[in-house]
Ligand binder design. Structure first.
Ligand SMILES: NC(=O)c1ccc[n+]([C@@H]2O[C@H](COP(=O)([O-])OP(=O)(O)OC[C@H]3O[C@@H](n4cnc5c(N)ncnc54)[C@H](O)[C@@H]3O)[C@@H](O)[C@H]2O)c1
Length: 388
C-alpha cells in the first residue's frame, strides 16, 4: 500500500482513533487540534490504546512504537500541508467545519481529498464555501474507530466518482468495511436505527412496559446485544437526543423521526447515562432489574420495534440511500444488529411485518406508522427483499 500523508483535525475520541488507524496502516499522520489541552489528552490516549493492542497480541511492541512515532501531534494547522487526505473530526458545528475546510483548502494541493467525519451535518454544506468541491466527501467512522469496522463513505452531488472509489479502496486497505451512503440525514445507520430508540420510548411513554421489560424483549426475543435503553445510556442521552432532533428537523419534521419528551427531559437534566452515573438506569446505585416475563408482551414489544426498523430499512432502500447489501452491512457492522434487517424480514415473512405496521397505522391513525411502499410491493408481489 502506498504510504500517504494523512491529516486529521480534532484530537477528540474520533480524531485520535482515526489517526491511530491510519498510522497502523503505515501512513504518516498529522493530528491537529486547535486546543493544546486536547492534544495533551490525545497522546496518552493513543498510547494506552496501542498498549492494550500489544497486551492482546494484536500488535507487537515494536509496531506500537512505530505507530506512535508516525503520528505528529500539532496545534499548528500549517503542518497539514502536503497531505494526500485530510479528515476533519472537530466539534459538530457547521460554521466551525466550514471555516476549517476553507483554511485547509489554502494549505493543501488540489489533489488532496477533504473528508468530514460528521455524524449529522450535510456533507455538501460543510464544503459549500470551498473552491474545489469535487474532492469533498464524508468518511463517517463509528466509535471507537480502532475497533468498529464500518465506515460510511458519503459522496455529495459534487464529489468526483474517482474520489469515492479511492476512498472506498483506502478504507478496505485499512481493514474497514466501507458502505456508500447518500448525503441524506443520518446517512444509513443513524437513519435506520432511529426506531430502535424512538419506538422503545413511545412504548414506555404509553405505559405499555418499563425500560427493563423493553430491553429484555429486544435481547431475549430479538437477540440484540443491548436493549434500547441500555444502549441510549451507553451512547449518552445528550448525543442520542441531539442526533434524533437533527434527523427530525432535517427530514422536514416527518413524524416517523419525532423525538421523545422523555429523552428530552433526561437530556435537559444532564441524565446522560453511564458517563454521568444516571440515565434510564442508575449506575451509581444499581438495582436488580425486574423485567416482566410475560411472553406475549415481550413478543409484541419486539414485533412493534422490529416492524418499525424494517420499515425504515425498506424506505431507505426505496429512496436509494444505499444498496441493499450496504444497508445490511451497515446495520450489522455499525450497530451490531444480529442480522441484516431485510434478510431478517425475509426470514420472518414480510407480510407479518406489514400486518404489524398496518395495525399500528389504523389503531393510532398516525403517519408515523405508514408502511413503506416497497414493503407493500414486496408483499403484494409475494416476493422477498433483495439483499444483495
Ligand atoms: N463520538 C461519536 O460517537 C462520533 C461518531 C461518529 C462521528 N462523530 C463525529 O466526529 C466529530 C468529532 O466527534 P468527537 O466525539 O471526537 O468529539 P470530541 O469533542 O471528543 O472532539 C472534538 C475535538 O475537536 C477539537 N476542536 C473543536 N473545534 C476545533 C477547531 N475549530 N479546530 C480544530 N480542533 C477543534 C476539540 O478541541 C476536540 O478535541 C463530530 O463531527 C462528531 O459528530 C462522533
Amino acid at each position: 500500500m502506498n504510504q500517504l500523508k494523512i491529516s486529521v483535525a480534532g484530537a477528540g475520541a474520533m480524531g485520535a482513533g482515526i489517526a491511530q488507524v491510519a498510522a497502523t496502516y503505515g501512513h504518516q499522520v498529522t493530528l491537529y487540534d486547535s486546543f493544546q489541552a486536547a492534544l495533551d489528552k490525545a497522546k496518552p490516549a493513543v498510547r494506552k490504546s496501542l498498549d492494550k493492542a500489544v497486551e492482546k497480541n494484536k500488535l507487537t511492541a515494536e509496531k506500537a512504537d512505530a505507530v506512535m512515532s508516525a503520528i505528529r501531534f500539532t496545534s499548528d494547522l500549517n503542518d497539514i500541508s502536503g497531505s494526500d487526505l485530510f479528515i476533519e473530526a472537530i466539534v459538530e458545528q457547521i460554521e466551525a467545519k466550514q471555516n476549517l475546510f476553507c483554511e485547509v483548502e489554502k494549505l493543501v494541493s488540489d489533489q488532496c481529498i477533504l473528508a468530514t467525519n460528521t455524524s449529522s451535518l450535510p456533507v455538501i454544506a460543510i464544503g459549500s464555501n470551498c473552491k474545489n468541491q469535487e474532492r469533498i466527501i464524508g468518511l463517517h467512522f463509528f466509535n471507537p474507530p480502532v475497533l468498529m469496522q464500518l465506515v460510511e463513505v458519503i459522496p455529495t452531488f459534487n464529489t468526483k466518482a474517482a474520489i469515492t472509489e479511492s476512498c472506498k479502496t483506502l478504507m478496505q486497505n485499512w481493514g474497514k468495511v466501507p458502505v456508500i451512503a447518500k448525503d441524506t440525514p443520518g446517512f444509513i445507520v443513524n437513519r435506520i436505527a432511529r426506531p430502535y430508540y424512538g419506538e422503545a420510548l413511545r412504548i414506555y411513554e404509553e405505559s405499555i412496559a418499563g425500560f427493563e421489560t423493553i430491553d429484555h424483549a429486544m435481547k431475549s426475543v430479538g437477540g440484540f446485544k443491548m436493549g434500547p435503553f441500555e444502549l441510549m445510556d451507553f451512547i449518552g442521552n445528550d448525543i442520542n437526543y441531539k442526533v434524533t432532533e437533527t434527523v427530525f428537523g432535517q427530514m422536514f419534521y416527518d413524524p416517523r423521526y419525532k423525538p421523545s419528551i422523555t429523552q428530552k427531559r433526561l437530556f435537559e437534566g444532564k441524565l446522560y447515562g453511564r458517563k454521568t452515573g444516571k440515565g434510564y438506569y442508575n449506575y451509581a446505585n444499581p438495582s436488580e432489574p425486574k423485567p416482566s416475563n410475560d411472553e406475549a408482551l415481550l413478543q409484541s414489544i419486539f414485533d412493534r420495534i422490529f416492524a418499525m426498523l424494517v420499515n425504515e430499512a425498506a424506505d431507505a432502500l426505496m429512496m436509494q440511500i444505499a444498496s441493499a447489501e450496504d444497508i445490511e452491512l451497515a446495520m450489522t457492522k455499525g450497530v451490531n444488529y444480529p442480522m441484516g434487517l431485510l434478510q431478517w424480514a425475509n426470514t420472518k415473512g414480510p407480510e407479518k411485518v406489514l400486518a404489524t405496521l398496518q395495525h399500528l397505522f389504523e389503531w393510532y391513525g398516525e403517519d408515523r406508522y405508514r408502511p413503506s411502499p416497497l414493503l407493500k410491493r414486496v408483499v403484494a408481489d409475494k416476493t422477498l427483499f433483495k439483499t444483495r
